[in-house]
Design a protein around this ligand. Structure first.
Ligand SMILES: N[C@@H](CCC(=O)N[C@@H](CS)C(=O)NCC(=O)O)C(=O)O
Length: 212
């Protein structure tokens, strides 16, 4: 059974799962819902049928399973496809780094949806750099090519996505973080990720905000 990902025509909160699937050539379909009236009726139907358990997206459908919550989706795919880490310690650290990635993503979401965000960019960059510094130090201590493992895991796909989106606001933000910078380049130059990002399956926009 092929997975289906239901989401809006953006990268948003599900891009890490798309990256995991694409990078590992795991087939999936996209069910793209447009914002506005289409979403309103879709949401109502999905709540009634149980296909959108919480009336929100993303949802991953795997046969009769309708899985909401982006973290649950990432972990489900990671467990099924052996992208969680090589042992208990790595798995725990990948959980930790995934949640750190979500913390950084939430800083971005709060910033970009603030109507006066253009005036708050300096503050945003400072807050993000504070978190990146902690991730950088973690990577230095670990000494692994990816965050906590020697192969990409669900946490790496999320962290890559978060860095990519943040770089759209400030391209040189990684220049003082050498481990993160080379991690970013390594993820970005993976052949299946390059091919995906050049394909019509890829949505350029992280969120539906003009300068996102
Ligand atoms: N904690 C959830 C948040 C899901 C969420 O906020 N979804 C938003 C889009 S990113 C949504 O469905 N908004 C439309 C609505 O709530 O009607 C997750 O990580 O998946």
């Amino acid at each position: 059974m092929t997975y289906t990902i239901t989401y809006f025509p953006i990268r948003g909160r599900v891009e890490h799962a798309r990256l995991l699937l694409e990078d590992n050539k795991i087939p999936y379909k996209s069910q793209v819902v447009q914002f506005g009236d289409e979403w309103s009726s879709f949401k109502k139907k999905g709540l009634d049928s149980g296909e959108l358990p919480f009336g929100q997206v993303p949802v991953l459908h795997d046969d009769k399973l309708h899985l909401a919550q982006s973290g649950a989706i990432a972990r489900y795919l990671a467990r099924k496809h052996n992208k969680y880490g090589a042992n208990e310690e790595e798995m725990a650290l990948n959980d930790m780094m995934f949640d750190m990635g979500i913390d950084i993503q939430n800083i971005y979401v709060k910033f970009i949806f603030d109507e006066s965000h253009k005036q708050k960019k300096e503050e945003f960059v400072k807050e993000v750099k504070g978190k990146l510094d902690l991730v950088e130090k973690f990577m230095k201590r670990q000494g692994k090519p990816y965050l906590a493992s020697s192969e990409p895991t669900f946490a790496d796909y999320l962290m890559f996505e978060v860095l990519d989106v943040i770089k759209r606001q400030q391209d040189d933000i990684l220049k003082e973080f050498s481990h993160l910078d080379s991690f970013y380049d390594k993820m970005k130059s993976r052949p299946n990720i390059i091919a995906y990002r050049q394909s019509d399956r890829f949505f350029e926009k992280p969120v539906p905000v003009e300068d996102a």
